[in-house]
Design a protein around this ligand. Structure first.
Ligand SMILES: Nc1nc2c(ncn2[C@@H]2O[C@H](COP(=O)(O)OP(=O)(O)OP(=O)(O)O)[C@@H](O)[C@H]2O)c(=O)[nH]1
Ligand SMILES: [Mg+2]
Length: 211
């Protein structure tokens, strides 16, 4: 248990993370901001997109596959099929648009309940666009209260200034690592791959293994 793969670009665990929330709240911007350290003005996502990020958290090498879904209602049936096997779900709202916050309980929390297959899946509530403080209509306290009620980790972020963006994904990964049942599922593929690589190595090295 807990052994490192040690194979070049290998990783200890692979996690599937999903980002959901209304259109325009900044889901894609958060992801781009996290992956490439800057953010351009983006157009609405069509369907679903994903990006992969490798990072080390708590001494573990992780591969995050982050699925960025479209918030527009016409894509709802499509995006709901991406909840399956996610270890982490990020629910995003825009602090300057109250509707995006009320839709968390009207729409998004229900979607999670319906389609998420991992009982222990970590949910993270992200209040985005805190750089627009003068236009804020949803208070931090309201965000905290929602997070408490729905058992989410809470963070206020800005995809634009990158405030708390790294923290968001790092903290989510940290929380997932603390849940044994999520690691079992997340590591299955990795374990099999490592086992296969080991067997191949041993076959070619006549049983002895060194690095
Ligand atoms: N000021 C500010 N603007 C932001 C921030 N995050 C995103 N935006 C802007 O908000 C708009 C929508 O951002 P997107 O990232 O495309 O939103 P989305 O949630 O992916 O939208 P869909 O793909 O339609 O679901 C863009 O014009 C972004 O530049 C932020 O933190 N601060
Ligand atoms: Mg988008």
């Amino acid at each position: 248990m807990g052994s490192s793969s040690g194979f070049g670009s290998g990783y200890d665990y692979s996690f599937k993370i999903l980002i959901i929330g209304d259109s325009g709240v900044g889901k894609s911007s958060l992801l781009v901001s996290f992956i490439s350290n800057h953010v351009d003005d983006l157009t609405p996502t069509i369907g679903v997109d994903f990006k992969i990020k490798h990072l080390t958290v708590g001494g573990k090498k992780l591969k995050l596959t982050i699925w960025d879904t479209a918030g527009q209602e016409k894509f709802r049936t499509l995006t709901s099929s991406y909840f399956r096997n996610a270890q982490g779900i990020i629910l995003v709202y825009d602090v300057t648009q109250r509707e995006t916050f009320t839709n968390l309980f009207e729409v998004w929390a229900k979607e999670v309940e319906l389609y998420s297959t991992n009982q222990d899946c970590i949910k993270m509530l992200v209040a985005n666009k805190v750089d627009k403080e003068s236009e804020r209509v949803v208070t931090k306290e309201e965000g905290i209260a929602f997070a408490k009620e729905y058992g989410c980790v809470f963070l206020e972020c800005s995809a634009k200034t990158r405030a708390n963006v790294d923290k968001c994904f790092n903290e989510l990964a940290h929380k997932i690592l603390e849940v044994p049942s999520l690691l079992e599922e997340g590591s299955t593929v990795v374990k099999n791959t490592i086992l296969k690589q080991k067997q191949e190595r041993q076959a070619s090295a006549g049983g002895s293994c060194c690095s």
